[in-house]
Design a protein around this ligand. Structure first.
Ligand code: SIN
Ligand code: CO
Length: 375
């Protein structure tokens, strides 16, 4: 259990998406949930995204995993980064929970890095908000003001930027947290072998949203209004697009998203999809509903699979969106919403399941899909 030592309201009012801050002793008596050899072990897996970053003759190098040899980690100035560790490592997944004071749909994943002394990824800018937790070791961090720098184009995955003035210049120790809003240049170098945990947040941009919405409409054969000429008169200037034509084009383009409601099915599916693979266990023998109830009665807790995304809309309370699919919870919204709001469920849901076969069937289905599992 990781307990955040933070005045959350003050943090949200003063810092969230505004300016970087250091939360000294954000986790008191921090105990690393993972060790360097386990991080290396994860980076050997095909389905897990990982990267080795180091500098040779002043040139940055970024290699993608899976890795089979770790000789480079015997040198100084090397970092091994593993993406979406919350999908694969149960103890690490616990580190995401303290940040659920922010909504599920905004939380992205947990990236973990192991750096040898002097290791870092260089000065760069991320386009997401991030909490960087210091685990093992110490690391020196510098962070600059928001939106003062641009990533240097052509620097690819590392998103490097020019040197910047630091408004934060700090050595992090185990349990300290550095919050960096998107757009703030930053760089961190290990003072000694060091583990860092980055809880990142998603914020889709306009282009992502519009292209994904259109892809969804095409994939689902949604009707697509075509431009028509409301009135056509003889044109003396055939080279010209008239104002009313441009206005009509604009209207056709926006017609599909006139109301927020129209976005719900698409956005629910899109935002509940995991960007990284999930560690879904194969269920050999599906559970019956009665077996699920028995497990609860024996005191089982069910936990949501690491990285599984489950959300609902205030405006469409009858639908749950889980891992890119829509589920109906009409008549048992209390259970449905509870599943999305909590990482674990236990005896508190037994009555809700007993009282409604729809609720019990849905939960049974979710367990049989491998989305919730008994612990
Ligand atoms: C790291 O943990 O090495 C990099 C984290 C970051 O700067 O985003
Ligand atoms: Co970064």
């Amino acid at each position: 259990m990781f307990e955040l030592n933070l005045d959350i309201s003050h943090f949200l009012d003063t810092y969230w998406q505004k300016k970087p801050t250091v939360i000294k002793k954000g986790f008191i008596d921090f105990d690393d949930p993972i060790m360097p050899d386990e991080i290396a072990g994860l980076s050997m897996e095909e389905e897990i995204e990982s990267r080795l970053v180091y500098k040779v003759d002043d040139q940055w190098h970024a290699e993608s995993g899976p890795f089979t040899d770790f000789e480079k980690l015997e040198n100084e100035g090397v970092s091994l980064l593993v993406q979406a560790v919350d999908h694969w490592h149960v103890e690490s997944q616990e580190l995401v929970r303290p940040f659920r004071f922010l909504p599920n749909w905004r939380i992205d994943d947990l990236m973990i890095s192991y750096s040898t002394s002097k290791g870092g990824v260089g000065p760069h800018i991320d386009n997401y908000d991030v909490f960087i937790i210091q685990g093992l070791g110490k690391r020196h961090w510098r962070v600059g003001k928001k939106n003062t720098q641009q990533p240097i184009s052509g620097h690819g995955v590392l998103r490097h930027c020019e040197p910047f003035d630091a408004i934060i210049n700090v050595n992090l120790e185990p349990g300290d947290i550095l919050y960096i809003p998107s757009g703030c240049p930053h760089e961190g170098y290990a003072i000694e072998p060091s583990i860092n945990y980055s809880v990142g947040f998603r914020a889709p941009d306009q282009n992502d949203l519009l292209s994904s919405f259109t892809d969804y409409n095409i994939d689902n054969n949604e009707p697509s209004e075509r431009y028509i000429d409301n009135v056509m008169q003889v044109r003396e200037k055939p080279g010209q697009i008239e104002t009313q034509e441009l206005e009509e084009l604009h209207r056709v383009m926006l017609a599909k998203c006139q109301t927020p409601d129209a976005l719900i099915p698409w956005f629910g599916k899109m935002v509940s999809e995991a960007k990284h693979e999930l560690d879904i266990a194969e269920i050999e023998q599906p559970h019956t509903s009665q077996e699920i109830l028995n497990l609860f009665e024996e005191g089982a807790q069910f936990t949501r699979l690491g990285g599984l995304r489950a959300i609902y809309f205030e405006q469409a309370a009858y639908y749950l969106f889980i891992n890119g699919d829509q589920f109906d919870c009409e008549g048992f919204t209390e259970l449905g919403h509870h599943l999305c709001d909590q990482d674990e469920v236990g005896s508190e849901v037994v009555e809700l399941l007993q009282d409604d076969t729809g609720a019990l069937n849905l939960f049974t289905k979710l367990v049989n899909l491998g989305y919730w599992y008994a612990i």
